[in-house]
Structures are given as C-alpha cells and as structure tokens.
Design a protein around this ligand. Sequence first.
Ligand code: GSH
Length: 204
Amino acid sequence: MKLIGSLTSPYVRKVRVVMAEKKLDFSLALENVWVPETTIQEVNPLGKIPCLVMEDGSTLYDSRVIAEYLDTISPVCKLLPPNGRDRTEVKVWEALADGVLDAAILVFLERRERTPEQQSQKWIDRQMNKVHAGLREMSSRLGESSYCMGIHYSLADVAVGCALGWLAFRFPDIDWRGDYPNLARLFDKLSERASFRDTVPVLA
Ligand SMILES: N[C@@H](CCC(=O)N[C@@H](CS)C(=O)NCC(=O)O)C(=O)O
C-alpha cells in the first residue's frame, strides 16, 4: 500500500499512527498539494491528503475512511469496537477531533494564503470559537479516564492526539495544556508510544 501524504498534515498523521499501531507495511509518498504541479487529483478528485493507493491501484480517502478500513484488515491492536454504541462513540470522538482541526486549519490558511487586507477577523473568530469549544468538549468527555473510551486505547485517542499535536505545532499560543490538564496528561501518555513519537509533525 502507498500512502500519499505530508509530514505536517494531522489527518495523514492519524493514518500513519494507525498503520504503525496495526503493524501494517506501507510506503509514504510525500506530496505537496499546495503547488500547481501537484498530481493529487489523479488519485483524489478532492485534491486532499491523505490518500491511500491499494495494491490493485484503487484509492481510498479520506482519513476516517482509511482508518476504518485499516482496522478491518488486521486483528492487531483493534482500534474500533466491532459494532454498537461504543463504535459510534469512537466515531464521534474522531469527528470532534477532526472538526477542531478543520476549524484550526481554516484559520491557518486564512492567515497564510490571504493578505492581511483580505483576511476576515469575523471568519477567524468564528473558526477559533469552534476550536475552543471543541477542546472544552474533549476535556469534559475525557474527565479522569485513562483514555477517551475509558480503559481502552482506541482510534479516539489517535484522533485526539493528532489534533492536539497539530495545535501544538501550528498554534503554540493556544494554551490547551494549561486550560485542560487532563488533555495534557492524555497527550503526554500518547506521545510515549512509538507510533506517535515517529510521526511528530515536522517542516519538510
Ligand atoms: N477530511 C479530510 C481532510 C483532509 C485535508 O483537508 N487535508 C489537507 C492537508 S492537512 C489538504 O490536503 N488540503 C488541501 C486542500 O484543501 O486543497 C481527511 O480527514 O482526510
């Protein structure tokens, strides 16, 4: 399998962590989707990474679909409960963590891709409000539990860890560690895992 991605995308990191936890073999093909020469749309019409190219040449996107698929192809380190309410709960955690990222990335891009005159503070505030509300919700859901789903490590922790890691990387001013010590405790524990250590976001 070939994973098309980057070393900074938190959604790509989520898939890389899942691959590592499940001990799946893959090659990582780095792709800069922001340059005009990118060929990403040949594999994903939406022009986004991650995109997984399988042995038969077919492709999978987005990160949630890829993660869910990868969990079905190996019994090693099951990251999603087989069915029922717990499975949905993990997916809600993932939607929450990805949603925080979606909002934060819109702010990041607003600042990077638009001139100061073009930028809308109202838009930035709207998205930042989602980031902060999402962090608050994550902390409240986590409470004093060891992991998002209680005592079991799951895809929920992978998604939350990647979201917090990306905020630390791109938005160091957001003090989620100080505001939510339980998220910091979870993040520090996740950061000790080889899957997280080996995928810390880095500028190419
Ligand atoms: N919901 C998608 C989001 C993927 C995404 O937005 N990836 C970014 C990189 S972090 C991207 O490729 N952006 C290119 C674009 O929006 O044109 C997923 O989970 O895979």
